[in-house]
Write a protein that binds this ligand. Sequence first.
Ligand code: ATP
Ligand code: MG
Length: 444
Amino acid sequence: MIQTIRGFRDILPEDIVIWQAIEKTASKLFEDFGFKEIRIPIMEKTELFARSIGETTDIVEKEMYTFPDRKGDKLTLRPEATASVVRAYIQHNMGASDSVQKLYTIGPMFRRERPQKGRYRQFYQINAEVFGIESPYIDAQLILILNELFKRLGLSELKAHINSLGCKECRPTFQKELLGFLEGKKEHLCENCLRRMDKNPLRTLDCKVPECREALKDAPSTLNHLCDKCKDHFEIVKNVLTEQNVEFTVDKTLVRGLDYYSRTTFEILTTALGAQSAVAGGGRYDALIKELGGPETYGIGFAIGFDRLAEIVAQMINGEDVEVKDGSSTTSEFNSESDFMNLLSPKVPDIFIIPLGEKAIRLAYMWTSALNIAGIRTETDYSGRSLKSLMKRADKLNAANVLIAGDKEIEDNALVLRNMKTKEQFFITTDNPVEQIETLLNRV
Ligand code: ATP
Ligand code: MG
């Protein structure tokens, strides 16, 4: 039997309910905040990712699915969305129609890493990108949006970790000091860090190797080297978040995996998924648009790990205590009356038509189709099985009503509609049953 390839998986109908509810909640939220959806291709020229994500990142060094197409062009399955959204922004000269663009996109990403819980080779992200705003208010607003999304999903206590990486003015002096520090720790650093020292020393700060973490715990922090503009920027972000009651921790080790970030970076962490702690991450990338051949434009965005988010939501719905970093718990805040919970309620048939006899099956098919077209969720059965066995099937499907249509009922022109919960019964004539049912179900 042919099975899925390693790290790729099916998301089955019973799980999709959560995915759809998250997607609807996220789209609604983005639209509430004035974002528009953009859809970008799954595949791009390799060069786009190599140039934007950075040659020394894990993604570009070892995680990309890259292959030549039949003409030899190097193509890559997208490992993240920002590069493509920036490419689209430049290619379609989007800044010309409106200097501010707020975009979101949802879809699969591909990274060839070791699969485990919360880590797949095809995974999904919910992305938001904002172009053309320098102000720190937009940095705060993106974190507010993440916070609000988690709230609307019933996960009210997730805490943001934030940091500032400085800009091209203040980073060089910091890098010099960091390099000096790293030189003194060389014998404690892993091979990767030694390599990063040459190419992008900042990235040593988020090395996950325990010995490196220990060696780097007193490393200089970007926060002590920010220029006045970066300092003011970060202060406003923190003040605004505090005023809006968005909880955050300043985390000087948060430099994130991608090269293109500057100033504000942020991540949302959880302990619900074992080793995979990041649910979302993002930051400012003011230099990226120009770097990719566009005009000088401010940019900032985030990516949410959809698979991880869906897993956390599933755990919460199953009543597991979802603990997030910093010891806060989310289950107590869970509001079962929320819009999100309504989206999760299972879609059961409004009506199950039970046809008894050949003639009845044909009519049941016609009525079912007409009811489906009218937007009333209706099922029937073509097997010719007995009343008893079809009642069992209606029960199994959790149908709200059954419509019994035996040859006798049809002859008497009196079909029986039974509410399965209240056991109330109504008679329906065979001419135009759709209208009568719409009236009975209050659908008109
Ligand atoms: P990690 O440190 O877990 O590898 P990352 O820094 O590589 O994460 P980003 O590039 O910031 O991740 O992507 C944003 C989000 O996408 C992450 O916070 C995470 O939730 C999710 N994500 C990243 N890689 C995977 C993966 N292989 N499988 C599932 N989700 C992922
Ligand atoms: Mg990664």
